[in-house]
Design a binder for this molecule. Structure first.
Ligand code: GTP
Ligand code: MG
Length: 220
């Protein structure tokens, strides 16, 4: 089949410090920085993704700083977007509530759009599972009741980051991915069996040296 080259615009937004820039860096450069540098305005990342049928897609990612919600540029940022990732931090309920505010802003700006972008709810920082404050059901209900695809990732470990982008682009282009392809990026977590006198239980532990304290930004 002849090579097909496409460009896709992906947009990430929501609450400050939810991990948008970290997700972009993990996707585009396969790196992770544990320090927090607030994004002021907008930043760009890109990576080429190859899909079945030799389809090459240049994924251009627009990383919008969390404080932009009240800005006047939102409609410009949204123009031509194929995919929107609404990112929140699973350990920070405020970031989840802010995702709903962003959803309203996006809806308002897209109300006349003939081909609205695919919106994906990304619960980030799953490596901090033991500190989760947003229940799985709440995540799923919010996503499905707003027509979003509910997804979890970790920019720190890289868990499902690349696959999430690739799957989203493939879905927009209606290119099916095989089960083997969709499972290739899933993080395998080693379980530890702890035996006690009364019972056996298995637990999974993950350390978090890279966590910054929950950052607060003003959304004016
Ligand atoms: N443990 C853990 N920390 C993460 C993860 N993703 C991001 N962080 C940390 O969270 C902090 C904020 O991450 P950023 O990517 O800068 O957040 P942001 O959403 O771009 O923030 P703004 O630019 O202010 O909107 C940084 O200290 C990151 O290292 C993750 O998956 N796990
Ligand atoms: Mg940022």
């Amino acid at each position: 089949m002849k090579n097909r080259k496409k460009k896709h615009k992906v947009w990430l937004t929501t609450y400050c410090a939810s991990g948008k820039t970290s997700i972009c860096q993990r996707f585009a450069k396969e790196t992770f920085d544990k320090s927090y540098h607030q994004t002021l305005g907008l930043d760009f990342f890109s990576r080429r993704v190859i899909l079945p049928g030799e389809v090459q897609v240049l994924v251009q990612v627009w990383d919008i700083g969390g404080q932009s919600i009240a800005g006047e540029m939102i409609d410009k940022y949204l123009m031509g977007a194929h995919i929107i990732f609404l990112v929140y931090d699973v350990t920070n309920s405020k970031s989840f509530e802010n995702a709903a505010d962003w959803m309203n802003v996006i809806r308002k700006n897209l109300k006349d759009e003939e081909n609205p972008p695919r919106i994906i709810l990304l619960g980030n920082k799953t490596d901090l599972e033991e500190r989760r404050t947003v229940p799985v059901d709440t995540h799923r209900n919010f996503a499905t009741s707003n027509g979003m695809v509910p997804t979890y990732i970790s920019a720190k470990t890289g868990d499902t980051v690349y696959m999430t982008f690739r799957q989203a682009v493939a879905d927009v282009l209606s290119i099916p991915l095989s089960k083997a392809e969709t499972e290739s990026d899933i993080d395998i977590v080693q379980g530890t069996v702890i035996e006690t006198a009364k019972h056996e239980s298995s637990s999974r532990t993950r350390s978090d040296q890279g966590r910054s304290s929950s950052s607060v930004c003003s959304i004016s």
